[in-house]
Design a protein around this ligand. Structure first.
Ligand SMILES: Cc1cc2nc3c(=O)[nH]c(=O)nc-3n(C[C@H](O)[C@H](O)[C@H](O)COP(=O)(O)OP(=O)(O)OC[C@H]3O[C@@H](n4cnc5c(N)ncnc54)[C@H](O)[C@@H]3O)c2cc1C
Length: 380
């Protein structure tokens, strides 16, 4: 692969960087305190084309591809990982899924509006008793003539509080467990649907995470996304792409923490010298910069596999695992370099440290990534 991405890639990343500095940085601290979504910024990202990066141009998208998507995610995540996960969900979990599995009618109805931020989407798989094990879903979709009736509660849905359309997973043949799951596209205006509890979180507090409650919610049979009882396949292929987005989020958070640590080490004086002059601090910075570089290099390789339509299940699990655990180590060191000040909310590193933690959990925990990788290694 060619690491010379060219001017277009540089300009896209530059635009995302400027947007993050102009629209996210001035308010992120306050919104984090209040646990509020920056919905205006998300809409503006839509008008800039950053919500339609995986959507073909004829369906209203910018079709910039996975490498550009990764670059944008890194820039946004450096500043506000709560907003960046909203971008990731819209591009990877919603639009990508409709592009891959939607009927022509579903694509024409939703994609032009999702790509521009006129509509927002979310992806509701997790339930109280079905997290790492999505085959044990309990929510049901029962066919009734030309409709399905949806019942059940989904947990922890990102973008749930403001989504206009929900990609949700239900048992259509409960006897068959994982082989009886189907995916549906449900407008949030459908009678019988309501948003449940809004979660109070440790990190990514500028994102919305909610329960999604379906009570005798009737949708037409045309709401089925992909084939009946093949929903788990829809979910798992979606997560291959989603994990690339979360890995980019982790790289962005780590890069942001490294920048903060470098800045602080050059300013803070103890024992008559700058922290940056102490070898103990220099070695930490060297390790942090090396780890970020390694993760970024592999991240772009996985994006290239996706852009060139090659299978990347194993590689996306690897980069999600490595980048998220790398970000953990880097944020830990960045906070340590700040000493007691890093523990205070006035310093950006405090939020980055909290925001990083989720990257090891959602779209498959680190343990689940190891299961996916080990299965692939052992099958070779
Ligand atoms: C902020 C946030 C946003 C989220 N957004 C979404 C979203 O938009 N849509 C959505 O559907 N879900 C979302 N999730 C859910 C997320 O994907 C799950 O929380 C995650 O997959 C883990 O599931 P669980 O929480 O039920 O943990 P569990 O599955 O109960 O796991 C608990 C522990 O056991 C380990 N474990 C479980 N099974 C195994 C195994 N076979 N081998 C080894 N270890 C194992 C796990 O790694 C973990 O350490 C979100 C979660 C959070 C916190």
């Amino acid at each position: 692969m060619d690491f010379n991405f060219g001017d277009e890639h540089r300009l896209i990343c530059e635009e995302a960087r400027k947007f993050a500095e102009r629209r996210l940085a001035p308010v992120v601290q306050e919104l984090d305190e209040r646990q509020e979504v920056n919905l205006d910024a998300l809409r503006e990202l839509g008008s800039l084309g950053f919500l339609g990066m995986t959507v073909p141009e004829e369906l209203g998208g910018t079709n910039l591809g996975a490498s550009a998507y990764v670059g944008v995610m890194i820039e946004l995540s450096k500043v506000d990982a709560g907003t960046s996960v909203g971008v990731s969900v819209q591009n990877s979990l919603v639009n990508d899924t409709i592009v891959k599995w939607g009927t022509d009618e579903q694509k024409a109805t939703y994609l032009p509006k999702l790509a521009t931020g006129e509509l927002f989407g979310c992806f509701s798989l997790t339930e109280g008793n079905a997290g790492s094990d999505p085959g044990s879903l309990k929510a049901t979709a029962v066919q009734d003539g030309d409709s399905f009736i949806l019942n059940g509660t989904k947990n922890f849905t990102t973008n749930g509080g403001f989504a206009d359309v929900i990609i949700a997973f239900f048992q259509t043949d409960p006897e068959r467990g994982a082989k009886g799951v189907s995916a549906f596209l449900v407008p949030s205006s459908t009678p019988g649907f309501r948003v449940g509890r809004h979660e109070n979180k440790l990190g990514i507090r500028t994102s919305s995470t909610t329960e999604m409650v379906f009570e005798n919610c009737r949708v037409p049979a045309s709401a089925l996304l992909g084939q009946l009882n093949k929903g788990l396949n829809v979910a798992l292929t979606t997560l291959d792409g989603g994990r690339v987005g979360i890995a980019a989020q982790a790289v962005g958070i780590a890069e942001g923490a490294l920048d903060e640590a470098v800045k602080y080490a050059k300013e803070r004086v103890q024992f008559g010298q700058k922290l940056a002059d102490l070898q103990a601090i220099q070695f930490m910075l060297a390790d942090m910069a090396t780890e970020v570089e390694v993760a970024k290099t592999m991240l772009y390789r996985v994006a290239w596999l996706k852009d060139t339509h090659q299978k990347h299940t194993r590689e996306s699990a690897m980069i999600k695992l490595f980048a998220s655990e790398m970000a953990h180590r880097v944020c830990h060191k960045a906070l340590q370099i700040h000493g007691g000040y890093g523990f205070m909310k006035e310093f950006r590193v405090e939020r980055l440290y909290r925001d990083q933690r989720i990257t090891e959990i959602y779209e498959g925990t680190s343990e689940i990534q190891r299961v996916v990788i080990a299965r692939s290694v052992l099958a070779d």
